[in-house]
Design a protein around this ligand. Structure first.
Ligand code: UDP
Length: 270
């Protein structure tokens, strides 16, 4: 029997989608080889993990929401001249990004005491900090991402002093911009984590924002009630995470009122 041309096309597309090379799989995302050299496809999964993956769940719709929220934030950052790896969103769960050399640091910016800082220094969660504080953690699951200082970073060569200056300047710009963006949506930006990468353009290299910014990697509280709208809901079993992320997307104007998102989009077939 002769194949129908439309079936042939779909089959080929299906094959090429599945044949693409998986470069890296993390807890919440997968990176595939991109359509052109120097590009990658970043795929957002529904998996939620906490406490270095000791706690795990699959939350229907989370990947779709984080893809949209991160797209929205990175587009705004690109527009104000903050260099990022983001090119464009491809579909419900995927975005096209530039391939960068990830610097093995989690860069945390804090405005209000919460989480590990509140515990470590005995601060009351919710107390404002005297000024925004930047912290560095060495990305290493086996070591539980230990906190490190600039001395460790430069001594072990994870980043040069110049790169660290660029990373800190970038982190503060992102913090200033996001603080305002979220306040306009009645949300307090308590803290967030970013990752940076080296983008090579010929002989030139610059530090760009990579990874994602979403309620998975930021603490977002309702400006009036301090209700949590982020991954702490999952970490501490406080409520429905997908509902909260949907609320963040609505307040930012990404999702129209009543637009469904949970269960939307194709799921990853392992
Ligand atoms: N964070 C993250 N990934 C990590 C650790 C922290 O995205 O592996 C984010 C976290 O969501 C929060 C900020 O970084 O917005 C500061 O996290 P903290 O050091 O308080 O650690 P936690 O309490 O999340 O363990």
């Amino acid at each position: 029997m002769k194949n129908h041309p439309v079936m042939d096309f779909l089959k080929q597309r299906y094959m090429s989608m599945n044949r693409r090379r998986r470069i890296y799989e993390g807890k919440a995302k997968i990176l595939y080889e991109g359509p052109e050299p120097g590009t990658l496809v970043q795929h957002f999964k529904d998996d939620a993990t906490a406490f270095n993956a000791k706690k795990h769940a699959v939350l229907d719709g989370k990947g779709v929401l984080n893809n949209r929220i991160s797209e929205f934030i990175f587009n705004h950052l690109n527009a104000i001249g903050v260099p990022t790896h983001f090119i464009r969103r491809l579909n419900m769960r995927e975005q096209l990004i530039r391939e960068v050399e990830i610097i093995p640091l989690e860069v945390v910016v804090r405005n209000i005491a919460a989480g590990s800082l509140a515990t470590r220094l005995g601060l009351e969660e919710g107390s404002p900090l005297p000024r925004s504080i930047i912290e560095f953690y060495y990305k290493n699951d086996a070591l539980n991402d230990p906190m490190v200082s600039e001395e460790h970073i430069t001594a072990f060569g994870w980043a040069t002093p110049q790169e660290l200056d660029d990373i800190m300047a970038l982190a503060l710009r992102v913090n200033d911009f996001l603080t305002g963006l979220f306040l306009g949506a009645n949300i307090k930006l308590v803290d967030f984590k970013i990752e940076c990468g080296r983008l090579w353009e010929g002989e030139m290299m610059r530090i760009v924002l990579a990874d994602e910014i979403s309620p998975d990697s930021a603490r977002l509280w309702d400006a009036k009630t301090n209700d949590k709208l982020d991954k702490d809901l999952f970490r501490r079993d406080l409520g429905n995470l997908v509902d909260a992320y949907t609320e963040v997307a609505r307040r930012l104007g990404i999702l129209a009122e009543g637009e469904p998102v949970a269960s939307a989009g194709p799921k990853l077939v392992q």
